[in-house]
Design a protein around this ligand. Structure first.
Ligand SMILES: *Cc1c(COP(=O)(O)O)cnc(C)c1O
Length: 382
């Protein structure tokens, strides 16, 4: 997104009316997502690479991201909720597998077999529910089992697994496709949890000889071959978030964001800007108000810390982030570059998701998944 392009050029590129109405423009680069998928898969040539599309493909839009990844050769997808899986089923070819991480909420078994979804069974209750569904239906039903190897969030605890697997018919009616676990600290390569979880996974999965295994999320992919098993499960890295925060990001940014200038004003020394009058002009200043705020996912914690870019030049946030607007100090910029109606960049070459998230005291995941519904969305590539 070039903030430098004129309104006429923008009209040609994006269609005048939609863009003219939009407070902010989110560009999603599907070619970048596809390139990231290839790069992740290449880290583990002997494993298959799935894609995690929960939360509307981390906010990028499942409708466009899923078919792009399927075209890139992705055959296995994960969602969190069954409803997400049902939506995804309409978007990818029939032969693609769709796993639902939260498993089947009580009473939803018919959704799973009607939409050909595979539940990840996380506890003895879900296991029981799924066995009952198979019995009722009179055929074997596909399933994955998640094991808790130390995160205490989802998956069967070692004691539960021991108790369940002692029962002779504990997997009856189930066609077990995958055994998986999830890493708590994969983004810290040196963290002792990683080796510990892997050891526990090794031990627990002995109960499932011959069943394909999966442990690595995005960051786990970069922990080395011992973590790859049969299936990688990256989400964030597909969308450009750095899986190794202490190293240069090998992935391409998949989103760009630009917001429109609503108003520009000159203020005198001592004038206050924004809620709480927390920012006071240290001299004569030019302030530009842009049409983006915390309701759009630009976190309020960026007040006084964030910045936008005008043709590559930084314009710091002045004052608190409002619900629908943010005030920028654009005093250093030529007036014609900050005229009302022009776009300024929030996610761009100068500032990626991880950088903004750091300023906000958050992580790229949170920022990305909160990007709001009011943006004009453009999809590039694929
Ligand atoms: C969200 C999630 C993933 C993907 O994690 P990223 O860090 O986004 O790559 C993989 N597995 C499970 C169980 C998850 O919940």
């Amino acid at each position: 997104m070039s903030a430098g392009s004129g309104a006429a050029l923008e009209a040609v590129r994006y269609g005048a009316s939609e863009l003219a109405r939009a407070g902010a423009v989110l560009s999603v680069d599907l070619d970048a997502v596809r390139a990231n998928y290839r790069l992740l898969g290449a880290q583990a040539p002997r494993a298959a690479c799935a894609a995690v599309l929960k939360a509307d493909a981390y906010g990028l839009g499942m409708e466009r991201v899923a078919p792009a990844l399927a075209r890139e050769g992705c055959r296995v997808f994960f969602t969190a909720h069954v409803a997400e899986g049902m939506r995804l089923r309409q978007l990818v070819p029939e032969h693609c597998a769709i796993y639902v991480l939260h498993g089947p909420p009580p009473g939803t078994a018919p959704d799973f077999y009607q939409y050909d979804l595979i539940p990840v069974l996380n506890d003895p209750g879900q296991l029981r529910e799924w066995r009952a569904a198979a019995r009722q239906l009179g055929r074997r039903l596909p399933a994955a089992i998640q094991l808790d190897t130390g995160m205490s969030r989802m998956g069967m605890a070692p004691a539960e697994l021991a108790a369940e697997s002692a029962k002779p018919d504990w997997l009856s009616g189930l066609d077990l496709k995958l055994v998986m676990s999830h890493l708590a600290c994969a983004d810290e390569a040196g963290h002792p949890m990683n080796a510990g979880q892997r050891r526990r996974f090794e031990r627990l999965r002995e109960v499932f000889p011959g069943v394909p295994a999966s442990l690595a999320n995005s960051s786990g992919v970069f922990l080395g071959p011992a973590f790859h098993y049969d299936l990688l499960r990256p989400g964030a890295a597909l969308y450009g978030i750095n899986p190794q925060p202490d190293q240069p990001n090998p992935l391409r940014q998949a989103v760009q964001l630009a917001a429109r200038i609503v108003q520009v004003r000159e203020i005198a020394e001592g004038a206050a800007v924004g809620y709480g009058a927390r920012w006071v002009a240290p001299g004569p200043r030019r302030i530009a108000t842009i049409a983006l705020g915390y309701a759009d996912g630009w976190l309020r914690s960026l007040s006084g810390r964030g910045q936008a870019f005008v043709d590559g030049v930084a314009a710091p946030f002045a004052g608190t982030v409002s619900m629908d607007s943010i005030t920028l100090d654009v005093s250093g910029l030529p007036a014609e570059r900050v005229a009302p109606g022009r776009l300024v960049d929030l996610l761009c070459a100068q500032q990626d998701l991880d950088a903004v998230a750091r300023d906000a005291g958050s992580i790229g995941y949170e920022l990305l998944t909160r990007l709001g519904g009011r943006f004009h969305r453009r999809y590039l590539g694929a």
